[in-house]
Design a protein around this ligand. Structure first.
Ligand SMILES: *Cc1c(COP(=O)(O)O)cnc(C)c1O
Length: 389
């Protein structure tokens, strides 16, 4: 049975009323700080750390567990834990594994707050940070040192869309006993299966496609068998709490993810192809286009593409000129984040050492939502006329 079918099933614990089960399709939303024990004996067992049930509100209530279990089914791996945001998932993963004296290698196209946390916080704990090129592959060998503990990858990067050769990296990392972590938010587990490519730990900003409606923040980390015990223990000690309502919405999101993603994918590809034909546009940066420098890697490793991509203009426009274009858009909102139903636009400069795709040009990023493709194209078309002169 396909994962997308398995996720659409009834939950199996029900209250009874009048001797009959109340069989809702969705699970109840458990919330609570205090969880009562049946007896003093159970309480003593909890004190001793050997109570098998839920002891407290931070002990992963059933709604959270249901989401984590569903995500493990999608992503693979041995164990999943939910976090209050994607960023919280990232910082906790790095703190769980990096130790004083270690080196952590981070891909230079990673989400900016990830890089910022490494540079500003991890270094305070005497963790050395090394930057690796956005399109790193077997050359990872040149960056691994005796004290390298962990490699953090994001493929494709969510602003500049370089792809890393994940199997080449994980093969070398395994031989050198280095942990690999992948930020798999762009592809979601439906379009990239990280554990099949040898990744040890995969994370999702659930805020994006899995939640899909721009109304919550949530993160998730899935780890393989090798690191499951260590990560579960760390999570428990940190007393992380992911809100029940957010886990509930995320579980609901998983059920419609495949259908939504297919729409995002198709509309984004059509827009990308159309943008390529426009005079004002220089490069369209989308891994599923043959013009993308690592298109072959994308084709080999990914099962599809999502709705986030970018383009650059032929000319360098001033902010005032760009404002005329951005402000003219009716359907694309100007705002951070992505993966939701509404189309969004952002712009930025991303100087990369290995400057593959973008050099120092302004990169315009589109989050293609669930609107009709033709409406989105017409919106871009009319806004582009503001730049033509
Ligand atoms: C948004 C994002 C995050 C952080 O997720 P939040 O839930 O917003 O904290 C991490 N990685 C990538 C690639 C993202 O786009």
């Amino acid at each position: 049975m396909k994962k997308t079918t398995r996720v659409i099933r009834q939950h199996d614990s029900y209250d009874e009323i009048g001797g009959k089960k109340v069989r809702t399709l969705n699970p109840p939303r458990y919330s609570g700080s205090t969880i009562l024990f049946d007896s003093y004996e159970d309480f003593l067992q909890a004190n001793a750390g050997s109570y098998p049930g839920v002891c407290y509100g931070t002990d992963r209530l059933p709604t959270q567990r249901a989401f984590e279990e569903a995500l493990v089914e999608f992503e693979g791996g041995a164990l999943c834990r939910a976090f209050p945001s994607g960023m919280s998932a990232i910082t906790h993963t790095l703190l769980a594994f990096a130790r004083s004296g270690d080196q952590v290698l981070v891909c230079e196209n990673s989400y900016f707050p990830t890089l910022n946390f490494c540079r500003k916080i991890l270094t305070q704990y005497d963790v050395e940070i090394g930057l690796i090129p956005a399109a790193v592959g077997a050359d990872i060998e040149n960056y691994i040192k005796d004290n390298t503990r962990l490699i953090f990858l994001e493929s494709p990067g969510s602003n500049t869309f370089e792809i890393q050769d994940i199997p080449a990296i994980t093969q070398i990392a395994k031989a050198r006993n280095v942990i690999t972590v992948l930020d798999n938010t762009w592809a979601t587990p439906l379009y990239l299966q990280p554990f099949e490519l040898g990744v040890d730990i995969s994370m999702q900003s659930v805020t994006k496609y899995i939640s899909g409606h721009s109304d919550l923040l949530l993160g998730a980390v899935t780890v393989n068998q090798q690191y499951a015990r260590q990560f579960a223990k760390f999570y428990r000690i940190m007393e992380v709490h992911a809100a029940t309502d957010d886990c509930y919405q995320a579980l609901r999101g998983l059920k419609t993810l495949a259908v939504r993603l297919r729409h995002h994918e198709k509309a984004a590809l059509k827009l990308a192809h159309w943008l390529q034909t426009q005079n004002l546009i220089d490069k369209v940066i989308h891994p599923a286009l043959e013009s993308h420098p690592q298109h072959a890697l994308w084709k080999r490793d990914f099962k599809g593409s999502s709705g986030l991509f970018a383009f650059t203009f032929t000319r360098d426009y001033s902010d005032t000129e760009l404002a005329a274009f951005m402000n003219a858009l009716q359907l694309f909102g100007i705002g951070y984040s992505w993966g939701g139903f509404k189309s969004l636009i952002t712009a930025g400069c991303y100087p990369r050492k290995a400057g593959l795709v973008t050099a120092n040009k302004t990169v315009i990023r589109l989050n293609v939502g669930l609107e009709d493709y033709e409406d989105l194209r017409e919106d871009l078309k009319q806004a582009l006329t503001r730049l033509a002169c």
